[in-house]
Design a binder for this molecule. Structure first.
Ligand SMILES: Nc1ncnc2c1ncn2[C@@H]1O[C@H](COP(=O)(O)OP(=O)(O)O)[C@@H](O)[C@H]1O
Ligand SMILES: [Mg+2]
Length: 380
């Protein structure tokens, strides 16, 4: 039996744990064609949730288009992708689709033949870059008209929405808002991991998306439901659980779905022979992961300066620490605060640390402190 605890990519169907109430809530919002901003830190499972939501919405007769802003470097490519995505969601007939594509002012149809010989149709910008924003608005406006004509509810999901800032900024935001506000047949979900960016986009009264929709903060998967999911798979695989069970996994993984999947994945493999899960095995799992990811950590480590390394070692020992406190600086013999500030800023920029909304500095990758601990032992 293959390892049922998948990580890294999109997890679907029977490999997808719980999120029932979140899916029900989002479905309810989309039935009412509302606008929702879905916010959580990275790796909490927004993308997985959204793609499973789409599967479910489609079964209920909704048309759905999904766009990940990460994949589109400029407005030009975004306009093309969003327009062809929404049109294809509403019209499956290829001839009619091509007819739709030929009717645009700023976009023209583009037909391509895939390697396996299937013909697929899309659109591209027909004029220069300055027309890109109006092409995008034309495409969005058309989606509304088409949805109305087809008598269908369209759901547009924009993932990594905090990336919106990389396009030409406020002009784009304002134009999008006024277009979106005209729509009566489209529900929108905007999802993003840069919490501070997302929240300031929505809560700042000077910004275009101020109060355009409600904010839904995605939390961890509830432990009870996640436990049942894990237990079911372990039972299917013939695993026995000793001691106190595996509740410790949620503490070790800080309840972040990516971490929990990763821990369960190595747990499954580590106990493949004995089919027995003991508490001592569970304690070893994060170290196994740290070693698996060692090449990745080595690259990160090499990119840091000596004082940044010292700070990382100190933080890895004491993750609740306040780096600017006297206590912390004395215990680890580092400082002054100004140089700590410079190190922290650089580590944030490199993505090794992230700052929580409450101002705490955490490792982006929870298993990295285990790796730091592991190499320290090797040096000694
Ligand atoms: N409901 C879930 N069931 C199982 N695994 C999940 C679930 N949600 C997230 N994951 C795990 O977490 C990883 C990251 O999820 P992802 O949706 O990419 O997070 P985000 O978009 O918030 O950064 C996935 O690759 C998967 O392993
Ligand atoms: Mg994502």
């Amino acid at each position: 039996m293959e390892n049922p605890f998948k990580y890294g990519g999109v997890v679907r169907g029977t490999y997808f744990a719980d999120r029932r109430s979140e899916i029900a809530e989002l479905k309810h919002e989309m039935k009412n064609l509302n606008r929702v901003f879905l916010v959580s830190p990275r790796r909490f499972g927004k993308t997985c949730l959204l793609l499973n939501l789409i599967d479910s919405l489609k079964r209920n007769g909704f048309a759905c288009a999904y766009i990940d802003l990460n994949a589109f470097p400029d407005i030009r490519s975004l306009a093309a992708a969003l327009t062809s995505g929404t049109s294809k969601a509403l019209e499956t007939n290829k001839d009619k689709l091509l007819k739709i594509f030929s009717g645009f002012q700023k976009l023209r149809p583009k037909v391509s033949v895939d390697q396996d010989g299937t013909i697929s149709a899309g659109v591209e910008l027909s004029f220069d870059e300055r027309e890109a924003l109006s092409a995008l608005l034309e495409g969005m406006g058309h989606a509304e008209t088409l949805a109305a004509k087809k008598g269908k509810k369209l759901v547009v999901i924009i993932d990594e929405f905090s990336d919106l800032e990389k396009y030409n900024g406020y002009t784009m935001e304002k134009a999008l808002r006024s277009e979106i506000q005209k729509h009566n047949h489209i529900g929108y979900i905007f999802s993003g991991s840069e919490q501070s960016v997302m929240l300031s986009m929505i809560r700042d009264r000077n910004r275009a998306f101020y109060k355009l929709g409600r904010i839904m903060e995605l939390g961890p998967i509830k432990r009870e439901a996640y436990t049942n999911f894990i237990l079911n798979w372990l039972k299917k695989g013939g695993y026995k659980i000793g001691g106190e069970g595996f509740a410790r996994i949620f503490d070790i993984g800080d309840d972040v779905p990516y971490n929990i999947q990763r821990l369960c994945n190595v747990m499954w493999d580590a106990a493949a022979e004995s089919r027995q899960i003991e508490p001592s095995l569970i304690e070893k799992l994060p170290i196994v992961i740290a070693r698996q990811d060692s090449p990745h950590y080595e690259i990160l480590w090499r990119s840091t300066s000596q004082s940044q390394k010292v700070l990382l070692i100190a933080l890895s020992k004491d993750q609740t620490a306040k780096p600017f406190s006297k206590d912390f600086q004395l215990t680890h013999r580092i400082g002054p605060s100004s140089s700590i500030k410079a190190s922290l800023d650089s580590l944030l920029k490199k993505g090794i640390l992230y700052k929580t909304l409450k101002g705490r500095y955490c490792f982006t990758d929870l298993f990295m402190p285990y790796w730091i601990d592991y190499i320290k032992k090797q040096i000694r």
